[in-house]
Every structure is written in C-alpha cells, then in structure tokens.
Design a protein around this ligand. Structure first.
Ligand SMILES: NC(=O)c1ccc[n+]([C@@H]2O[C@H](COP(=O)([O-])OP(=O)(O)OC[C@H]3O[C@@H](n4cnc5c(N)ncnc54)[C@H](O)[C@@H]3O)[C@@H](O)[C@H]2O)c1
Ligand SMILES: [Zn+2]
Length: 270
C-alpha cells in the first residue's frame, strides 16, 4: 500500500479496527510546554539528558541528578494535558480494544483520563528506594530534601524512571510487545522512534500486518514503514482525526465499532 496523508482515506481503516494501540513520545507533551530531550530547551545548565539520566551519573552524583529531576518536576508540575492527550483518553471509549503505550514520564496521559496505559519508562512523580525497591508517589515540588531518603528505611531514593543503559520492566515490555503484535492498527505519535526498545513496537506491529500511522513534527525512521504519515502538531492532527471518525460513526451506525460503544462515545463527546 502506498503511503497516504489523507484523513479521509484513514477513516475506513479505523472504522474496521477492533484492536488499536498507540505509542507516544515526548512530542505529544511538547504542546503542553514540556520540552523534548532533543530540542534546544531540553538542556539543563550545560548538561545533556544522556549525561544525567544514567545509573552511572546517579552513583557518582545523586545530588546533581536529583537537582535536575527537581527542576524537571517543577517544569511539569503546572502543565496541563493538551488536545492530543485528551483525544487519546476519549479513544478508550471508542475502540473495542484500545491501549496506550507511552515513553513519557510526565503523567499527563493519566491526568487526561487514560487508564489503559502502559508507562514504559516510569513516572517522574514516583520515587523508588534503592535498598528496598519500594515505590512511593510524591508530588512535592520543589523537594524539601535533595537527594530524598526513604521514609521506611532511610535509604537513598531514586526517580522511578528508566535511565539510559537500564532495562525496562520485563513484564511491562512483554505486555507492550504482545499488544503490538496483536493489534490491527498502531499509531506512533510524537516520538523520534530511535529510543529502543520502544521504537521496535511499531515495527513489530507492522511486521505482523497492522496498519501503521505516524503522526510527528517531522519524518522519523518509521516514515518508510508507515502506511499513513501526518506531519505537524499532534494536538491539531489527533482532534481532526477524531472529528472525522465521529462523523463517520454518525453516518454509519452499523459500523463494526459497535452501536453501544458509538453511543457511549457520542455521549461523552457532547
Ligand atoms: N514529556 C516527557 O515525559 C519526556 C520529555 C522528554 C524526554 N522524555 C524521555 O526521553 C526519551 C525521548 O524519546 P521520545 O521519542 O519520546 O522523544 P524525542 O525527544 O526523541 O522525540 C520527540 C519527537 O516529537 C516530535 N515532536 C515535537 N513536537 C511535536 C508536536 N507538537 N507534535 C508531534 N510531534 C512533535 C519531534 O519532531 C521528535 O521527533 C523517552 O525515553 C522519554 O522517556 C520524556
Ligand atoms: Zn527504603
């Protein structure tokens, strides 16, 4: 199939889809005002993310790494989900099976209402005890103590996020691959599609016959694999797709998305 960038052409595929998976990256949160790593504003002091988001950096200087996370937490604290997050939250009620897999750690998908969500790289609002592995939610910004310590055992706490050079939670990753293998439609949105293993998920879906749709500010290595490519702002393109989908559902109430779901989606929409 030739690649297309027509929403009109995409809609019939979405009407037929029962299992939909979406992979998101930092680009989805860019319109909420959260810098991506690879943009200019991603820099903190003179450090690049790759120098701070590593287990080595944490062992050598936990204070420096926590100062960076404290800064990032303050940057994110007052940010709100944008239309891209909100649209994806609505899709849980539209498709018979819908899963959102995110590389983002900012928690904005959850804030937008997404529940069928796998946070592959963890969550910046969680901390983990280095000694015991216990995970705590903590939304205090700025942090009163840097580095923070475990309220149970006094051990050092680290951000509950996956750093460069660390493995992802293996159960979570297997689930993400299972969902990607089984889906009929996969979206890759706002991700440069180069951070592994997340970048392999859309490829795995496409290899298993799923329709792949890329929505990004610019083409990525996935561009040639995807059947649909939309270049622009996720916060504009997703609502456009959503509107077109709702219109098609109105017209075609016998669409295989199912009557009940359609009604529910329309109800939450208005
Ligand atoms: N918000 C966050 O939680 C956050 C922020 C920065 C980095 N990270 C972490 O950094 C890693 C970076 O990988 P990544 O692929 O997620 O991000 P990335 O920074 O590598 O890529 C972001 C992509 O989004 C595109 N983009 C920018 N603005 C966009 C918009 N408005 N609409 C659509 N696309 C847009 C860019 O062109 C780029 O290709 C991930 O592991 C992630 O955990 C997370
Ligand atoms: Zn502890």
């Amino acid at each position: 199939m030739k690649s297309s960038s027509s929403i009109e052409d995409l809609i019939p595929h979405l009407l037929q889809a029962k299992k939909v998976v979406v992979l998101t990256g930092a680009g989805v949160s860019a319109e909420s005002g959260i810098p991506t790593f690879r943009g200019r504003d991603g820099l903190w002091k003179k450090y690049r993310a790759e120098e701070l988001a590593t287990p080595y950096a944490f062992i050598s200087n936990p204070r420096l790494v926590w100062e960076w996370y404290d800064w990032r937490r303050q940057l994110i604290a007052d940010k709100q989900p944008n239309p891209a997050h909100l649209t994806l939250a609505k899709w849980e009620n539209i498709f018979p099976s819908f899963w959102l897999i995110t590389q983002n750690i900012d928690g904005l998908h959850q804030q937008a209402g997404s529940r069928r969500l796998l946070e592959l790289h963890g969550n910046i609002w969680k901390m983990r005890c280095v000694d015991e592995g216990t995970v705590f939610e903590n939304r205090t910004t700025p942090l009163p103590e840097i580095p923070p310590h475990c309220p149970d055992c006094g051990g050092l706490l680290r951000p509950h996020v996956v750093w460069f050079g660390e493995s992802l939670d293996s159960a979570l990753l297997s689930e993400a691959f299972r969902l990607s293998h089984e889906c009929e439609v996969m979206f890759s949105i706002g991700t440069s599609a180069i951070v592994q293993p997340a970048a392999s998920l859309p490829v795995a879906a496409a290899e298993n016959g799923a329709l792949l749709i890329e929505i990004n500010a610019e083409p990525t290595p996935l561009a040639s694999v995807a059947q649909f490519n939309f270049y622009g702002r996720a916060g504009e393109i997703l609502p456009q797709i959503h509107q077109a989908l709702l219109q098609a559902l109105e017209k075609n109430s016998s669409a295989s998305l199912g009557k009940n779901r359609t009604t529910k989606a329309r109800k939450t929409e208005k």
